[in-house]
Design a protein around this ligand. Sequence first.
Ligand code: MN
Length: 404
Amino acid sequence: MTRWRYAAATDTGYVRESNQDALFVDDALAIVADGMGGHAAGEVASAMTVETLYQGFVHQATLDAMVRSFDAANREVLSDAKTNPDRFGMGTTALCVALLDEPGAGRAPVLFHVGDSRAYQLRDGALKQLTQDHSVAEEWVRMGRLTPEEALVHPRRHQLTRAIGVDQPLEIDVQSLSVQVGDRVLLCSDGMSNELTPEQIATLAGADVGLDEAVQSLVQAAKNAGGRDNISAVLVEFDEVYETSVPINRVITPLPPAPPPADLVNALLPSRAKRQRRLVTWRTSGAVLVLAALAWGFVAIMHWYAYANFYISTDAGRVVIYQGQPGGVLWFKPQLSHLTRYTAKDFRPADQSAIAATINEPSKAAAIAYLTYLHGQYQLSIPTTTTTVPVTTTVATTVKKSAG
Ligand code: MN
């Protein structure tokens, strides 16, 4: 058996207009939820979550039941936000220690956590943080992108990566607590952990005073340090401890709600044979859909590739620009894109052979520009042609200028 004594306190602080934190504690369950969202939305999310976790635990003090309650709270907050636009985007952290039933044995403490509320364990004055913050800045510290000091002032330190009401499915950190008689466990919102250093928390939470006095002094200290956010704390002290033989420490994602029992499904369907036939049909149409999608994708890529190119060639003596790949791709044949005013004879012999062998260009404009350039080169190579006269003049002028 595990038994604890408990105390709790919460305060709006000096800056916030309302207290959006919610908490609960009795002799088997302790919860802190730090709600966020405009107007009263944060309060709704945190209160809803505490209520749902409490109901789930009362119904059944098991790991499965708690995980299902977290999932239920998440769905409720999400759907409430959907039906009440003024509560759009509301969410809450959820931090909870529950004494869970172990068959034929005692009750053992298990910690559940999403968000940036924190749990600390105190033993003989030493403080140990039990939770990792699910915030962008703290995740970056764990990845080595920020130092812990940078994280304290980082603009994204309040942005949560996990919370109730943000996403589905939820990922919950779950861990068995390894406690001894006399240990204290503190659950608090970030309004406390942001204002106080771990040393201050250790001193105040571990003080040799009653739990009530300790928790009040913690909240008061966080207020004195600035009180820039709602401040909440639940403090428990273990009087008797049962340590589980099957400790757990992992991230749990709740399974989707169980489907209706097979009996009910059978009753709803006319016959088993029909159901099987339907299954086969669905599987077949599923496979056909996948194949069709693959084929469509292949054709789309081929079509893109076939017409992503332009090339210069000749057609009945005229120089032309085609869109497509020379020779075509599958059934995508090159298309005539532009009929130029040139014939093969408007180019130098070497360029004529290059054109006969086709010249690839990325666009029609590039192909035209290149042909204009080649034709210019051809004109320069024939000094007697009348069209070259102005060019020659220009060259002569330039030469004169540089000479003078
Ligand atoms: Mn907060």
